[in-house]
Design a protein around this ligand. Sequence first.
Ligand code: ADP
Length: 266
Amino acid sequence: MREIAGRTAFITGGANGIGLGLARALLAEGAKVAIADIRQDSLDAALKTLGSEQVIGLKLDVSSREEFAAAADEAEDRLGPVSLLFNNAGVNLFQTIDESTYDDWDWVLGVNLNGVINGVQTFLPRMKDRGKGGHVVNTGSMAAFLVSPSPGIYTCAKFAVRALSESLRYSLTSHGIGVSLLCPGLVKSNIHASDAIRPQNLEDRGKPVDEAFNAQLAKVHEAGMEPDEVAAKTIEAVRANKFYIFTHPEFKDELKEIFNEILDDF
Ligand code: ADP
């Protein structure tokens, strides 16, 4: 079993939802934690709720390489070498591929996919140089397996995060660095309200935040799993060095069906 106490964790999207749940769980295990998030208001609130000397908040847009490297430097200066990386920041856009614009692609892939790539590019060389192992958890989704018309770009991003993670899993074994892919289903989080943090260029394009639709989505998400429960399962999997982290057993039959269908097509 892998030790968590005394290690330094870096969590993107750590100010809300699953990321905040992870921060709470890691602190309880005795880790030091840097939560990195694009929202300063959420960071302030999160630090207050966490109420620990062992946590720092860093303002970061994960889609920016430069910002990522600067945040990593600051985290390591203040908390010591990061050996647990959680590439967790995410946004969602509930629209079909045919309705999506280049700006939509840039935003959703920028956060959900490039954000993971930036995390990996920033921290893996450091972990490898130190030669002391490490663990990377990428937040995927059941949307990395199940396709629905909306959210289209999100699904593409999560399929790519799955591929990236599966590939890394093999290439990092020889370095003693573990990889996990977290695949939650519905979670009681704010991801349905991603519209609120759309970058300026998307707002300017005139697509208003759809309050009614968001209210409906909020209801659906309310029925989801508690972020703390997702976090507990994730920490357990990191300890056991497990690759897939499936938190929602209700998808088991659906997944079996998909793979059977694929096999039938051969
Ligand atoms: P979930 O926990 O289900 O993934 P949330 O919306 O509650 O959904 O959490 C996602 C977190 O990711 C939020 O705190 C949000 O501010 C953060 N986030 C979104 N975009 C970025 C970004 N570009 N860089 C860093 N953090 C981001």
